[in-house]
Design a protein around this ligand. Structure first.
Ligand SMILES: Cc1cc2nc3c(=O)[nH]c(=O)nc-3n(C[C@H](O)[C@H](O)[C@H](O)COP(=O)(O)OP(=O)(O)OC[C@H]3O[C@@H](n4cnc5c(N)ncnc54)[C@H](O)[C@@H]3O)c2cc1C
Length: 328
């Protein structure tokens, strides 16, 4: 049995969630009680030593595809490269950590390979009867659904990053890296990237953001949300939120942090009027520095804070913004 994992990488470093996928792949191999291996598949520019290091997490081999037009993510090109390799090798399944990019890629590959796709998976299993089972949240996490899918052709499973465990290396081996040839004729493309436009920091995808200003129910439904956006703008941060804020319609679902939202790892996150429910903190535990402002000194959020401020956000925010503007 060959379990494939998709290698997320940025600036020649493998992202943590990929290591979490190796844990899931090892679990699947153990449960199936059959001889097997884990194969990593990496697209775009990343160096061989970095890919070889996946051997320490139990990955036996890595298939690396890097050709013209793959310097950065382009859905059509990446999907053709990946779908071709999946069809040629027929793995048991392809596991990915869910990001904006893999969400786009997986849909394209699933359509090309005419196979099942599970998004936001919290659990995934292969059965001896040739079926695959998955669990995922629906209705924004209020309900869960059990899915049964055909295990052939290889299903594609996008795991919620929050459920992927922190994983440490277990062995001192290196993975063998094979370069997979791929050439795409420009004529084959239906789309072409003409320009890449950088987003303003406050609109930046939360997963890419260095600084996040996150609003919770304590901000209220009124005008104070404008102050959250103003603070984000003043410090070059992106706006995030807890589920109540999304349910109120103050920002779109893409801005929800947590178990059923985005999984973020900024250098700094400022939490405003957020109590720190498990489902929220699961999505921000990887933040390097945490500031929390809440009027209740006993809230769980303060356990995560490097700097905790007890007070009313409606009083503190305008003062904070004007002090930042003064110092600029
Ligand atoms: C299956 C499931 C999945 C979920 N997934 C997510 C998820 O992905 N993301 C998510 O966020 N939630 C999720 N939730 C909901 C989660 O359990 C919490 O209900 C939610 O995170 C609470 O959001 P909050 O901290 O904004 O609100 P609250 O818990 O109500 O906290 C509000 C805070 O604001 C403070 N406050 C009030 N007024 C002020 C003021 N004037 N100044 C300062 N502080 C003030 C209060 O003291 C309190 O600490 C999920 C729940 C379930 C059951």
């Amino acid at each position: 049995m060959d379990i494939w994992i998709y290698v997320n990488h940025r600036e020649d470093e493998i992202e943590e969630t990929t290591f979490g996928l190796t844990t899931e792949a090892r679990r699947l191999l153990n449960e199936c009680d059959q001889p097997g291996r884990i194969t990593g598949v990496a697209l775009g520019p990343v160096s061989a030593p970095v890919l070889e290091s996946l051997g320490r997490y139990g990955v036996e081999r890595v298939l690396h595809i890097n050709a013209d037009g793959m310097a950065r993510y382009q859905g059509e090109v990446y999907a053709q490269a990946l779908a071709g390799t999946v069809q040629k090798e027929s793995p048991a399944c392809l596991l990915m950590a869910q990001t904006a990019e893999t969400e786009d890629l997986a849909q394209r590959v699933a359509a090309s390979c005419d196979t099942a796709l599970v998004t936001k998976a919290m659990d995934f299993n292969l059965t001896a009867e040739g079926k695959a089972l998955a669990i995922r949240p629906v209705a924004n996490g209020y309900l869960f659904e059990d899915l049964e899918l055909d295990a052939s052709p290889a299903p594609i499973v996008l795991f919620l990053p929050a459920v992927l465990l922190d994983t440490v290396p277990t062995q001192e081996t290196t993975a063998s890296v094979s370069q997979v040839p791929f050439q795409l004729a420009a004529d084959d493309l239906q789309t072409r990237t003409v320009e890449v436009i950088e987003a303003a920091p406050e609109d930046l995808d939360l997963e890419e953001a260095d600084i996040i200003v996150a609003a919770g129910r304590g901000i209220g439904k009124g005008e104070a949300f404008g102050n959250v956006q103003a603070l984000a703008k003043a410090i070059g941060g992106s706006v995030g939120a807890t589920r109540p804020i999304i349910d109120w319609g103050l920002v779109e679902y893409e801005r929800q942090i947590g178990q059923t939202g985005k999984y973020v790892a900024p250098r700094l996150i400022i939490n405003l009027g957020i109590s720190g429910a498990n489902e929220y903190t699961a999505g921000m535990e990887k933040a390097q520095q945490v500031i929390a402002i809440d009027r209740n000194p006993r809230v769980r959020m303060f356990r995560f804070a490097d700097l905790g401020v007890v007070g009313d956000v409606h009083e503190i925010l305008p003062l904070l913004i004007s002090r930042i503007e003064e110092h600029k």
